[in-house]
Design a protein around this ligand. Structure first.
Ligand SMILES: Cc1cc2nc3c(=O)[nH]c(=O)nc-3n(C[C@H](O)[C@H](O)[C@H](O)COP(=O)(O)O)c2cc1C
Length: 205
Protein backbone atom coordinates (compact mmCIF):
# COMPACT_ATOMS: atom_id res chain seq x y z
CA UNK A 1 0.00 0.00 0.00
CA UNK A 2 1.21 3.48 -0.77
CA UNK A 3 2.03 5.52 2.32
CA UNK A 4 -0.38 8.23 1.22
CA UNK A 5 -3.18 5.69 0.90
CA UNK A 6 -2.44 4.29 4.36
CA UNK A 7 -2.48 7.79 5.86
CA UNK A 8 -5.72 8.70 4.11
CA UNK A 9 -7.54 5.47 4.90
CA UNK A 10 -6.46 5.10 8.54
CA UNK A 11 -9.30 5.44 10.95
CA UNK A 12 -9.77 4.31 14.54
CA UNK A 13 -11.28 0.82 14.45
CA UNK A 14 -12.76 -0.35 17.75
CA UNK A 15 -14.84 -3.38 16.74
CA UNK A 16 -12.99 -6.40 15.38
CA UNK A 17 -13.58 -9.80 13.89
CA UNK A 18 -12.48 -12.47 16.32
CA UNK A 19 -9.86 -13.98 13.95
CA UNK A 20 -6.54 -14.13 15.77
CA UNK A 21 -3.78 -11.84 14.52
CA UNK A 22 -0.67 -13.91 13.74
CA UNK A 23 2.18 -13.17 16.13
CA UNK A 24 4.50 -12.62 13.16
CA UNK A 25 2.28 -9.74 11.99
CA UNK A 26 2.20 -8.16 15.45
CA UNK A 27 5.98 -8.41 15.75
CA UNK A 28 6.37 -6.86 12.32
CA UNK A 29 4.13 -3.93 13.33
CA UNK A 30 6.24 -3.42 16.47
CA UNK A 31 9.43 -3.56 14.39
CA UNK A 32 8.12 -0.93 11.99
CA UNK A 33 6.95 1.20 14.92
CA UNK A 34 10.44 1.03 16.42
CA UNK A 35 11.91 2.70 13.33
CA UNK A 36 10.26 6.00 14.29
CA UNK A 37 12.46 8.95 15.17
CA UNK A 38 13.29 9.21 18.87
CA UNK A 39 14.87 11.90 21.00
CA UNK A 40 18.67 11.58 21.09
CA UNK A 41 18.17 8.51 18.87
CA UNK A 42 17.47 6.67 22.10
CA UNK A 43 15.09 4.07 20.63
CA UNK A 44 13.64 3.80 24.13
CA UNK A 45 10.77 1.46 23.21
CA UNK A 46 9.38 -1.64 24.72
CA UNK A 47 6.38 -3.34 23.12
CA UNK A 48 4.31 -5.82 25.06
CA UNK A 49 2.06 -7.88 22.81
CA UNK A 50 -0.97 -9.28 24.61
CA UNK A 51 -3.35 -11.74 22.99
CA UNK A 52 -4.45 -13.57 26.17
CA UNK A 53 -8.18 -12.92 26.38
CA UNK A 54 -8.52 -13.36 30.14
CA UNK A 55 -5.70 -10.92 30.79
CA UNK A 56 -7.27 -8.30 28.49
CA UNK A 57 -10.56 -8.72 30.33
CA UNK A 58 -8.89 -8.40 33.75
CA UNK A 59 -7.11 -5.26 32.58
CA UNK A 60 -10.36 -3.74 31.29
CA UNK A 61 -12.00 -4.55 34.63
CA UNK A 62 -9.34 -2.56 36.49
CA UNK A 63 -9.88 0.40 34.15
CA UNK A 64 -13.63 0.23 34.69
CA UNK A 65 -13.28 -0.01 38.47
CA UNK A 66 -11.23 3.17 38.42
CA UNK A 67 -13.68 5.05 36.20
CA UNK A 68 -16.59 4.00 38.41
CA UNK A 69 -14.93 5.67 41.37
CA UNK A 70 -14.77 9.10 39.69
CA UNK A 71 -17.78 11.16 40.83
CA UNK A 72 -20.01 12.47 38.01
CA UNK A 73 -20.53 16.22 37.81
CA UNK A 74 -23.95 17.93 37.84
CA UNK A 75 -24.32 18.20 34.06
CA UNK A 76 -27.16 16.49 32.18
CA UNK A 77 -24.57 14.99 29.89
CA UNK A 78 -22.71 13.27 32.71
CA UNK A 79 -24.28 9.83 32.35
CA UNK A 80 -23.74 9.69 28.59
CA UNK A 81 -20.22 11.01 28.84
CA UNK A 82 -19.29 8.43 31.43
CA UNK A 83 -20.70 5.48 29.52
CA UNK A 84 -18.98 6.66 26.33
CA UNK A 85 -15.65 6.98 28.12
CA UNK A 86 -16.12 3.58 29.74
CA UNK A 87 -16.49 2.08 26.27
CA UNK A 88 -13.54 4.03 24.83
CA UNK A 89 -11.37 2.92 27.73
CA UNK A 90 -12.29 -0.78 27.81
CA UNK A 91 -13.19 -1.98 24.29
CA UNK A 92 -9.64 -3.30 23.96
CA UNK A 93 -10.80 -6.35 25.92
CA UNK A 94 -12.59 -7.56 22.77
CA UNK A 95 -9.62 -6.99 20.47
CA UNK A 96 -7.75 -10.07 19.24
CA UNK A 97 -4.51 -8.30 20.10
CA UNK A 98 -3.17 -5.39 22.05
CA UNK A 99 0.26 -3.82 21.85
CA UNK A 100 1.27 -1.87 24.94
CA UNK A 101 3.83 0.79 24.07
CA UNK A 102 6.26 1.67 26.83
CA UNK A 103 9.54 3.54 26.94
CA UNK A 104 12.50 4.03 29.19
CA UNK A 105 14.09 7.37 30.13
CA UNK A 106 16.43 8.84 27.52
CA UNK A 107 19.57 10.77 28.39
CA UNK A 108 19.75 14.08 26.57
CA UNK A 109 23.06 15.36 25.23
CA UNK A 110 22.57 18.57 27.22
CA UNK A 111 22.32 16.93 30.64
CA UNK A 112 25.81 15.51 30.22
CA UNK A 113 27.21 19.06 30.15
CA UNK A 114 25.04 21.37 32.24
CA UNK A 115 23.69 21.74 35.76
CA UNK A 116 20.04 21.10 35.00
CA UNK A 117 18.29 17.87 35.80
CA UNK A 118 16.74 15.55 33.27
CA UNK A 119 13.13 16.36 34.15
CA UNK A 120 13.66 20.10 33.79
CA UNK A 121 15.39 19.67 30.41
CA UNK A 122 12.59 17.40 29.28
CA UNK A 123 9.98 19.96 30.38
CA UNK A 124 11.76 22.84 28.66
CA UNK A 125 12.07 20.79 25.46
CA UNK A 126 8.32 20.11 25.47
CA UNK A 127 8.50 16.48 26.52
CA UNK A 128 10.46 14.95 23.63
CA UNK A 129 10.01 11.56 25.29
CA UNK A 130 6.26 11.75 24.80
CA UNK A 131 6.72 13.26 21.33
CA UNK A 132 8.88 10.27 20.40
CA UNK A 133 6.20 7.91 21.65
CA UNK A 134 3.65 9.67 19.42
CA UNK A 135 5.82 9.08 16.36
CA UNK A 136 6.24 5.44 17.30
CA UNK A 137 2.54 4.87 17.85
CA UNK A 138 1.62 6.52 14.55
CA UNK A 139 4.08 4.21 12.78
CA UNK A 140 2.36 1.31 14.51
CA UNK A 141 -1.10 2.44 13.38
CA UNK A 142 0.00 2.97 9.78
CA UNK A 143 1.78 -0.39 9.72
CA UNK A 144 -1.45 -2.02 10.89
CA UNK A 145 -3.37 -0.33 8.05
CA UNK A 146 -0.70 -1.37 5.57
CA UNK A 147 -1.16 -4.99 6.69
CA UNK A 148 -4.96 -4.70 6.34
CA UNK A 149 -5.74 -4.53 10.03
CA UNK A 150 -7.79 -2.03 11.95
CA UNK A 151 -6.30 -0.42 15.01
CA UNK A 152 -7.01 2.18 17.66
CA UNK A 153 -4.73 4.19 19.92
CA UNK A 154 -5.85 4.23 23.56
CA UNK A 155 -4.70 6.55 26.29
CA UNK A 156 -7.80 6.35 28.51
CA UNK A 157 -6.70 3.09 30.19
CA UNK A 158 -3.50 4.87 31.26
CA UNK A 159 -5.46 6.26 34.20
CA UNK A 160 -4.47 3.00 35.88
CA UNK A 161 -1.09 2.63 34.21
CA UNK A 162 0.70 1.49 37.36
CA UNK A 163 -1.73 -1.39 37.83
CA UNK A 164 -1.66 -2.27 34.12
CA UNK A 165 2.14 -2.17 34.03
CA UNK A 166 2.25 -4.79 36.77
CA UNK A 167 -0.36 -6.92 35.04
CA UNK A 168 1.72 -7.09 31.85
CA UNK A 169 4.96 -7.62 33.77
CA UNK A 170 6.59 -4.40 32.61
CA UNK A 171 10.01 -3.82 34.19
CA UNK A 172 10.24 -0.74 36.43
CA UNK A 173 12.59 1.09 34.07
CA UNK A 174 9.83 1.39 31.45
CA UNK A 175 6.87 3.72 31.66
CA UNK A 176 3.69 2.72 29.96
CA UNK A 177 2.60 5.29 27.36
CA UNK A 178 -0.42 3.92 25.49
CA UNK A 179 -2.16 0.87 24.09
CA UNK A 180 -2.88 0.04 20.48
CA UNK A 181 -5.74 -2.44 19.96
CA UNK A 182 -5.53 -4.43 16.72
CA UNK A 183 -7.67 -6.81 14.70
CA UNK A 184 -9.45 -7.30 11.42
CA UNK A 185 -12.15 -4.61 11.25
CA UNK A 186 -15.71 -5.75 11.90
CA UNK A 187 -17.01 -2.31 11.16
CA UNK A 188 -15.16 0.80 10.12
CA UNK A 189 -16.61 4.02 11.51
CA UNK A 190 -17.18 6.95 9.19
CA UNK A 191 -14.38 9.43 9.38
CA UNK A 192 -15.03 12.92 10.68
CA UNK A 193 -14.63 15.37 7.76
CA UNK A 194 -11.11 16.77 7.84
CA UNK A 195 -10.56 20.43 8.57
CA UNK A 196 -9.58 22.46 5.58
CA UNK A 197 -5.82 22.91 5.16
CA UNK A 198 -6.34 26.67 4.79
CA UNK A 199 -7.59 26.77 8.40
CA UNK A 200 -4.56 24.96 9.72
CA UNK A 201 -1.62 26.14 7.68
CA UNK A 202 0.12 29.45 8.10
CA UNK A 203 2.88 30.22 5.61
CA UNK A 204 5.71 32.62 6.29
CA UNK A 205 7.69 33.25 3.09
C1 LIG B 1 -3.22 10.46 22.03
C2 LIG B 1 -4.48 9.74 21.63
C3 LIG B 1 -5.21 9.07 22.59
C4 LIG B 1 -6.37 8.38 22.23
N1 LIG B 1 -7.04 7.64 23.19
C5 LIG B 1 -8.15 6.97 22.85
C6 LIG B 1 -8.80 6.17 23.82
O1 LIG B 1 -8.41 6.06 24.97
N2 LIG B 1 -9.88 5.47 23.42
C7 LIG B 1 -10.36 5.54 22.15
O2 LIG B 1 -11.35 4.88 21.86
N3 LIG B 1 -9.76 6.30 21.19
C8 LIG B 1 -8.65 7.00 21.52
N4 LIG B 1 -7.99 7.73 20.56
C9 LIG B 1 -8.49 7.74 19.19
C10 LIG B 1 -9.17 9.08 18.87
O3 LIG B 1 -10.42 9.13 19.50
C11 LIG B 1 -9.33 9.16 17.34
O4 LIG B 1 -8.05 9.18 16.75
C12 LIG B 1 -10.09 10.41 16.93
O5 LIG B 1 -11.43 10.32 17.34
C13 LIG B 1 -10.06 10.63 15.42
O6 LIG B 1 -10.59 9.54 14.73
P1 LIG B 1 -9.74 8.72 13.66
O7 LIG B 1 -8.58 8.08 14.39
O8 LIG B 1 -10.69 7.68 13.14
O9 LIG B 1 -9.26 9.66 12.61
C14 LIG B 1 -6.83 8.41 20.89
C15 LIG B 1 -6.09 9.09 19.92
C16 LIG B 1 -4.92 9.74 20.29
C17 LIG B 1 -4.11 10.45 19.21
Amino acid sequence: MELKQAIESRTSVRVYKQDPVPLADLKEMARLASLAPSVASSQPWKFVIVTRKELLQDMARKVLMHLEKIPPNESRAARNVISQVEWFATFFQNAPALIAVAMEEYESVLEKGVVMDHDEINRQRNYPDIQSAGACIQNLLLSAVDMNYGACWLSAPMMVKDTLSKMIGLEDKYKLIAFVAIGKPENVPAKKPPRSPEDMIKVIE
